[in-house]
Design a protein around this ligand. Structure first.
Ligand code: ZN
Length: 552
């Protein structure tokens, strides 16, 4: 009989085609196979999925994987199918007939791995099927989303804990790329499990960090255009708002770059097309809000540019870390304007439910319950039309945690105490006041990173409490150019790249015939050493950086 280690080796080679496990993977797999509740903190690209795929094949029953991202599921199901492993996704992309067939297959034990979304776990029929199936591992991907202290808290993740409880005493594997110790503690608390934490560290020597200062949007756009020109390979430009994403996208498109756009307000089909084009290399640069990327599995992203600061260093690291997953050199560049802080401060307001929201949730539940018995989520949402769904979910969770409400096996809500006074209810929201304060401090750390003269990696590692013996990376802008030198550069009237561009750019005169990418030929109306205004045959005038203009 082969030992367990030999059996795992065999699966690794024959099913997945790898010769050995990477750092941390073996530990995680061993912990899971010993039925320990485990939290694996592994950097993007460290091979998180193998940590559940291998146990899934070595355990007799079905493994359930909860993930917030549909594209990731589709990807994983296909990959597993290629490896000869039966897997299925149960989510909103299935129609009623497909969903029914899926549940039937799951109940019959046909699948090794079932992928699903946190939202789906609140579907009673699905939950019932899972309750009746032999499941022996419950995996939560992007587990930081369950924590209020995380940078990417998603109320739908609160459903996971409830579903998990209703499935009995299943071993849990939680996976995340980044988590501070507060988030690690909170994941355990939210799941009501004592987790064995396996943290493989966040440092990746191939990631090179840099911050470029700018004082207005025009400067930033010029930086983005220049970076797109000088950086090879594919990359992502992240913006904090949809409006900025559109502006940056248009600027790059007009400069003739191969560019795609991705944000939450595009239609699902447009988003899918955009993502597929980027993944397949048909489009080189993706301009996106943070709606893009969770679970993006493209190994050869060479650069990630942030057009604005995100709200936390966790978000910054996670987004930057999508570059260079193949281990080759990759760059993470932050364009920083001190005024960007305001955008993030705006997002901080109104993120959590306040006292009024909690009171409203309570009173609504009381009303529905007295009229028609325990309330469904849909009923409550309809009755609190003015309140964002996210806030309602959190408010209901607060009521449950305080012991004033309960959710039954069909996931209906019921008050267990109908006489709670407004003042007591208001206090439940207090914790969220403290969370808002914590969020503010996180934003301050992000700003510190942008303004620091210290090694950027050192600042990141300190934030994640991993800096112990780390001195400097030797590759970030601050390591390469000591700040004293940089001050001189700031004093010069134009940045070096602009001077270089100006020196190399041809000079144009009014009336010259010229050509630009995408727009074709036109006539120069006016020009400076950096910019050229061109009239096109349709009579419209457009401006271009002179570096993009050539004589026709
Ligand atoms: Zn450094």
């Amino acid at each position: 009989m082969p030992t367990e280690a030999q059996a795992i080796d065999k699966t690794l080679r024959e099913t997945f085609g790898y010769t050995r496990l990477r750092a941390g993977q073996g530990e995680v797999i061993a912990s899971v196979l010993q039925h320990r509740d485990t939290l694996a903190v592994m950097p993007t690209g460290a091979g998180k999925s193998l940590c559940y795929q291998i146990p899934a094949l070595h355990l007799p029953g079905t493994t359930v994987v909860v993930s917030p991202l549909l594209s990731l599921m589709r990807d994983q199901v296909e990959k597993l199918a290629q490896a000869g492993v039966s897997a299925i996704e149960v989510n909103s992309t299935l129609n009623a007939r497909e969903a029914k067939a899926a549940l039937k297959g799951i109940a019959a034990g046909k699948f090794e791995v079932v992928f699903t979304t946190p939202e789906r776990l609140s579907d009673p029929a699905f939950l019932k099927t899972l309750q009746e199936t032999h499941i022996d591992l419950f995996v939560i991907d992007e587990a930081h989303c369950i924590s209020h202290w995380g940078h990417d808290f998603r109320p739908a993740f609160l459903e996971i804990a409830h579903a998990l409880k209703s499935l009995g005493d299943l071993p849990v594997l939680a996976l995340t790329a980044t988590a501070t110790s507060a988030v690690i503690d909170d994941i355990g608390k939210q799941l009501e499990r004592k987790l064995a934490v396996i943290n493989t560290g966040i440092f990746r020597a191939n990631l090179q960090f840099r911050v470029v200062h700018a004082t207005n949007d025009n400067e930033k756009l010029a930086h983005v255009l220049r970076l797109a020109k000088v950086l090879d390979g594919s990359g992502i430009v992240y913006t904090a708002t949809i409006r900025n994403a559109e502006a940056v996208y248009e600027a790059l498109r007009d400069a003739g770059e191969s560019v795609g756009l991705y944000h939450g307000r595009l239609r699902a089909k447009e988003r899918t097309t955009s993502q597929d084009d980027f993944m397949a290399g048909r489009c080189r640069i993706m301009v996106a809000t943070n709606a893009f990327g969770l679970g993006i599995d493209k190994p050869d992203i060479r650069f990630v540019v942030h057009y604005q600061i995100p709200g936390t260093l966790e978000a910054y690291y996670q987004e930057s870390g999508r570059a260079g997953r193949d281990g080759e050199r990759a760059r993470s560049i932050l364009l920083y304007d001190t005024r960007d802080k305001r955008v993030q401060q705006f997002f901080l307001g109104g993120r959590y439910p306040d006292a009024d929201d909690v009171v409203q949730a309570y009173e609504t539940l009381l009303k529905v319950q007295s009229e028609s018995g325990p309330a469904t989520w849909q009923q409550l949402q309809d009755e609190t039309a003015g309140m964002a769904g996210n806030k309602l979910k959190v408010a209901l969770k607060l009521l449950k945690d305080a012991g004033y409400a309960r959710q039954d096996r069909t996931l209906r809500y019921r008050l267990t105490d109908t006489g709670v006074d407004t003042q007591t209810l208001s206090k439940l929201a207090d914790e969220y006041g403290r969370k808002t304060e914590a969020d503010r401090q996180k934003l301050e750390r992000m700003i510190f990173y942008a303004q620091t003269a210290f090694c950027r990696w050192k600042v990141l590692l300190e934030y994640f409490e991993e800096a112990e013996d780390f001195v400097r990376c030797g590759t970030c802008d601050n390591c390469l150019r000591p700040p004293a030198l940089k001050l001189e550069r700031v004093k010069s009237t134009r940045p070096r790249w602009a001077r270089r561009l100006a020196a190399s750019a041809p000079l144009f005169n009014a009336g010259d015939h010229v050509r630009v990418p995408r727009y074709g030929e036109g006539r120069v109306e006016s020009s400076s050493s950096e910019q050229v205004e061109i009239v096109f045959p349709d009579g419209r005038k457009r401006q271009f950086l002179s570096a993009y203009v050539e004589r026709a």
